[in-house]
Design a protein around this ligand. Structure first.
Ligand SMILES: Cc1ncc(COP(=O)(O)O)c(C=O)c1O
Length: 400
């Protein structure tokens, strides 16, 4: 049959990363590829107890449709959670979502029309690129260094757009322990960015799944906080600091934006499941949340230390990498003439996998980059895998 697919459906591309990762599902592989939390952290016992309690005491709510913006108990728990991490929000500034990917979907639908310019970091989160590409945005990349987005380049790109009378709908950024690079935006740059965007009347979308996973104890103020809650949409999720299986997150923004998000969400899924919201809000109010975050930090800290020390010992000097103070990812930059995809196929032969960096670049650059995940592989896997990867990279450097 000759199906009449929508224009949007033709803007959806197959994910190169998913295809590469499908090659890594062979026994014995050491994978730095995915973005998964270590499942040792999952608090299955506590969730079992809480689930039983929720069904006994609030079954009539848990199995019912709920309000689109979220269950009252959940929103109160989120406000408390945010204040524990130095952030303030009101009830009418929050909408619960089915994790951050839904937050990105809603933001994309709310602000992007065909060819709407949006600004994002080079590299940036692949799921955001996919959502914005689906809505046919004109994605403009701004380079990063190890202190975050290059504000000078941002200003130049925005001036170009303003000259053409096509200002961007928003600046999308992941300031804390970024996916994919592991880079954190410095405090000075956060202040500069918020000031610059406010002066120009440009919205910031702050995507922040990793902020709480700080290995040093240092947590910088969010752009939401620096801006006083004006001109910033903050996307949060429990996927990385707790577990992704419940698909739970939230959007914080001014009421004017939240009201529109709620209307949009009604047409998408009516509401995020009440059942999981009630379980998580109980989990948070029991204090289990802080415990799980603490455990995650304890588990990931030796893993990043191992990765950094093995890189230092084994990588050739032509290779550079980020030194993440938290989160789940490290970014590796090879000499420009080396294609990380060619290295990938060689590494896979030796049972080591990662993801190539190019798909994280909205402008198609970044051929010589790769993302390494350290939250999922074991310590022994990291030690062995980095040695092998270093040997493979050395061969490429010697060859060229
Ligand atoms: C920066 C960023 N935003 C959003 C997401 C989406 O996560 P989820 O939908 O599980 O909340 C991810 C997941 O890897 C991410 O790294």
């Amino acid at each position: 049959m000759d199906y009449r697919f929508s224009k949007i459906s033709s803007s959806i591309k197959k994910s190169e990363i998913r295809e590469l990762l499908s090659l890594t599902r062979k026994p014995g592989i050491i994978s730095f590829g995915g973005g998964l939390p270590d499942s040792k952290l999952f608090p299955t016992k506590e969730i079992t107890e809480i689930t039983e309690k929720v069904l006994h005491t609030k079954g009539y709510l848990a199995l019912q449709y709920g309000p689109t913006h979220g269950e009252a108990d959940m929103i109160s728990s989120l406000i408390k959670f945010m204040s524990d991490f130095g952030e303030k929000a009101e009830h009418d500034e929050i909408c619960v979502t089915s994790s951050s990917q839904q937050g990105l979907d809603l933001v994309s639908r709310l602000f992007i029309d065909e060819s709407t310019p949006v600004i994002m970091e080079l590299p940036s989160y692949l799921g955001a690129i996919q959502a914005f590409r689906r809505d046919m945005a004109n994605m403009i990349g701004v380079k990063m260094d190890f202190g975050g987005m290059d504000i000078g380049m941002l200003e130049r790109e925005i001036e170009k757009l303003e000259k053409k009378k096509t200002p961007p709908a928003f600046i999308y950024t992941i300031p804390d322990f970024q996916n994919p690079s592991g880079i954190t935006m410095t405090l000075d740059r956060r202040n500069e960015l918020v000031q610059f965007a406010a002066n120009r009347g440009i919205l910031i979308i702050e995507d922040s799944p990793y902020r709480e996973l700080s290995f040093t104890g240092e947590i910088l103020p969010s752009l939401w906080t620096i801006s006083g809650g004006k001109g910033v949409v903050l996307l949060k999720t429990f996927s990385k600091m707790l577990f992704p299986g419940m698909r739970m997150g939230w959007i914080t923004a001014e009421k004017e934006i939240i009201d529109k998000i709620i209307m949009l969400k009604q047409s998408v899924d009516l509401c995020t499941p009440s059942f999981t919201q009630l379980i998580l809000s109980e989990f948070i109010s029991r204090g289990n949340m802080e415990e799980t975050i603490k455990k995650a930090i304890e588990l990931y800290k030796p893993k990043i230390s191992m990765m950094l020390s093995e890189l230092q010992k084994n990588m050739p000097e032509e290779v550079v990498w980020s030194k993440p103070g938290g989160g789940m990812f490290l970014w590796l930059i090879l000499p420009e003439h080396i294609d990380a995809k060619e290295v990938f196929y060689k590494a896979i032969e030796k049972n080591v996998a990662y993801v190539t960096g190019q798909p994280f670049h909205c402008d198609g650059s970044g051929k010589n980059t790769m993302r390494l995940n350290y939250s999922f592989p074991s310590l022994e896997g990291i030690e062995k895998g980095i040695k092998i990867l270093s040997e493979v990279i050395k061969e490429f450097i010697c060859k060229k």
